[in-house]
Design a protein around this ligand. Structure first.
Ligand SMILES: Cc1cc2nc3c(=O)[nH]c(=O)nc-3n(C[C@H](O)[C@H](O)[C@H](O)COP(=O)(O)OP(=O)(O)OC[C@H]3O[C@@H](n4cnc5c(N)ncnc54)[C@H](O)[C@@H]3O)c2cc1C
Length: 226
């Protein structure tokens, strides 16, 4: 689709100007784009490319459905092709956005009857930020696994009693150790929906722990990053 600006100037509707890059840690940042013309359901992701570059990558949407800006939370992967380029974008640079894609999101059937347990490793917290900000009053518990406490990205955005930080490499979290070790210590009611997002090792290990606790695939929603 194209938008007519003047008879002789057309810009592709999938191109967005970078509004801001907000640094959270040395290697993690939030990229903000204008959001008003982008409709999505919290939990979905976009495909992103940089103008003039042939590669694209997928990113969960971090911002709320009604947010003013369209935001993603990105970790610069050491030796990665795309994420270091994103980190070096400047305000005003153009990126190309496709989507939204995916069905990962709140289980609407059980939205009001179930407790929602969000389990994230690293930047896998992004879709849960979008869901929490889009659904005020939601009954949720967010379990966030990171290496260091500094990776508790914007933890003050969540209700303190609903957010548990698990740190595997320092003692600054609410729980010292991997999130899977924390998960083993927890008991969950029958009416619980689980949502797992992040790296595949964490997801497979967590699914196994939940299976041992009596929950099957029907109660578990999954988004694998890598
Ligand atoms: C549906 C979906 C949603 C995603 N959402 C996000 C998101 O919200 N934020 C985000 O930062 N990434 C997200 N990713 C990962 C993202 O698409 C890229 O893979 C990532 O930015 C690395 O790209 P790269 O070109 O720099 O690395 P590449 O050169 O493609 O190297 C890929 C390697 O980087 C590692 N890697 C990939 N992603 C991560 C990560 N997040 N943290 C640590 N190591 C990683 C893996 O070992 C992988 O093998 C998502 C992936 C999918 C499939």
């Amino acid at each position: 689709m194209t938008i007519d600006m003047k008879p002789d100037v057309k810009i592709d509707a999938n191109y967005y100007k970078v509004l801001q890059i907000r640094k959270l840690t040395e290697h993690t940042f939030i990229l903000s784009l204008p959001g008003s013309r982008f409709k999505f359901v919290a939990g979905q992701h976009i495909s992103l490319s940089i103008q003039g570059d042939y590669q694209s990558r997928e990113y969960s949407i971090y911002s709320a459905e009604e947010g003013q800006n369209l935001e993603i939370l990105v970790k610069e992967v050491d030796g990665g092709y795309f994420s270091p380029k994103l980190k070096h974008l400047k305000v005003g640079d153009m990126v190309e956005v496709h989507g939204p894609f995916g069905k990962f999101g709140l289980d609407e059937k059980h939205a009001d009857t179930h407790k929602h347990v969000f389990i994230a490793s690293g930047t896998g917290i992004a879709p849960f930020h979008s869901i929490v900000k889009s659904r005020p009053g939601l009954d949720y518990h967010l379990i966030h696994g990171v290496k260091l406490g500094e990776e508790a990205y914007e933890r003050n955005e969540y209700d303190a009693e609903r957010y548990t930080l698990c740190t595997s490499r320092d003692g600054s979290g609410d729980f010292e150790g991997r999130l899977t070790a924390y998960l083993k210590t927890q008991e969950f009611g029958k009416n619980t929906s689980f949502y797992l997002c992040g790296n595949s090792d964490m997801i497979f290990d967590s699914m196994e722990i939940l299976r041992e606790k009596g929950f099957n695939r029907e109660n578990i929603n999954v988004e694998v990053y890598f």
